[in-house]
Design a protein around this ligand. Sequence first.
Ligand SMILES: [Fe+2]
Length: 256
Amino acid sequence: MIIAQISDTHIFLPSDNNEQRISEKRIQNLKECVKGIKSLKTTPDLILHTGDVTHNGTIEEYKIVHNILGDLKIPIFYTPGNRDNRKNLYKIFNQKCNLDLKSNFHIYLVELSNLNLISMDTHCRDSNKGELSYERLTIFSNLLKKSKNIPTAVFMHHPPFNVSKSSSVNIEFETEDRVFEFIDILKNHKPLIGLFCGHIHRNFEIEIGNFNAYTMPPIALDLSWEKHNRQNSNRPQYLIHTYSKNSGFKTERKLV
Ligand SMILES: [Fe+2]
């Protein structure tokens, strides 16, 4: 099973000449990324988008992303970021993902041949930080129970761990207590093979219990926090997560 992860495309429609150049550049970045994925020797089985698909959450913006990613002709699964609009995202990217819209949250299970994926919705309407309510944790736990004894990877926009590189703590959530509860739920699931996130616009990797968690830079390069790295600053990145029963789980960072 090969999963290509992309994140933080932040596609938007410009309102003036100044924005025109940035908008075109972000579209170009996404197209380059699609070209890179298409040139791989082995085509990934699916694309995971870990949120901030668009910058303003409009249907028109989602249509642009959908048309560009559609060129890959492989299934696309997404999880909403702080800039996304759940309803519009659902209208454009609806997949066979058992998404229960009555719950309002985009928390769903994707059952693949030898691996399950679960989207955890951390979108918060009033904040750029993530939210994990009791209701969301309950829905998520129930899906994880369904996935018992099956290798499972979780994807979500906000990373539920400290992403600070200094001695200060930075957890990008409104309610830290719920984050610790969530991590306990993950640690209790065996085998959990990976946690894939976006949001912080840079590479970060951490071991939590028996699994590794990853963040990645944005496809929208103008928003990258990795500008200090000159060599990589003008090249979009995507992640390739590979899982097989015999070789286990492996993640590679790919520069376009
Ligand atoms: Fe973002």
